[in-house]
Design a protein. Structure first.
Length: 210
């Protein structure tokens, strides 16, 4: 007589194991909230990592170009390239080229030797060069100095992504071929540099300039 009662209890237990529609909707809602909080932070982490990789690679290549110029006592240039063989415009977002600049024209031709070709890791960054004689590239002379040795500060290089100037990184160059990391010295939330008038100036990114 007790067997049917046992079967009935087991059947009831099995029916109670599933989610109700309300419970399922609540679970999905909580998951959506968690994703809404976590995902933006994760995307920001990815952008910071990509920015750091590109910036550090560029910093290393500038140091390499200067080192090669001094070691061989020749002019060495670094410029953006579209075909990994010649300099092309001012677009640094794809590749850049390091070469011996035998005729010191900052343009790679048949007499020049390619030393290194690099590709940026992220297509979302912009690299802007400003205040040099030509914005297309940089040339180190055989003594390690920049070609534009007519003022204390030669120029700046700013690396941005779609987060804008508050996440930008930059380098300031001196006539002696030295470059230093830009920092936020005026507490504006944006890295800055000293202009020719001796004033602190925040960097800007191309999207914000438009």
């Amino acid at each position: 007589m007790s067997l049917p009662m046992q079967i009935s209890r087991n059947s009831s237990s099995q029916r109670q194991r599933g989610f109700t529609l309300v419970e399922l909707m609540m679970t999905l809602a909580v998951a959506a909230i968690i994703m809404g909080v976590v995902l933006p932070g994760f995307n920001n982490l990815i952008q910071r990592t990509q920015m750091a990789a590109d910036f550090n690679q560029l910093l290393g290549d500038l140091a390499y170009a200067r080192s090669e110029a001094v070691k061989a006592n020749i002019a060495v240039s670094i410029c953006p390239t579209a075909d990994q063989s010649t300099c092309s415009g001012t677009d640094w977002t794809k590749d850049w080229l390091i070469f011996t600049d035998n005729d010191s024209n900052r343009d790679r031709d048949g007499a020049d030797t390619i030393l290194r070709v690099r590709q940026a890791s992220s297509s979302d960054i912009t690299i802007t060069l400003s205040d040099f004689a030509e914005d297309g590239g940089i040339r180190f002379e055989g003594d390690g100095k920049f070609e534009d040795a007519d003022s204390a500060s030669v120029g700046q290089m700013v690396v941005c992504d779609d987060r804008g100037a508050t996440s930008a990184q930059g380098l300031s160059f001196s006539v002696y071929g030295q470059f230093r990391l830009m920092r936020d010295t005026n507490d504006s939330g944006v890295v800055d540099y000293i202009d020719d008038d001796g004033n602190s100036k925040d960097v800007t990114c191309p999207a914000e300039e438009g």
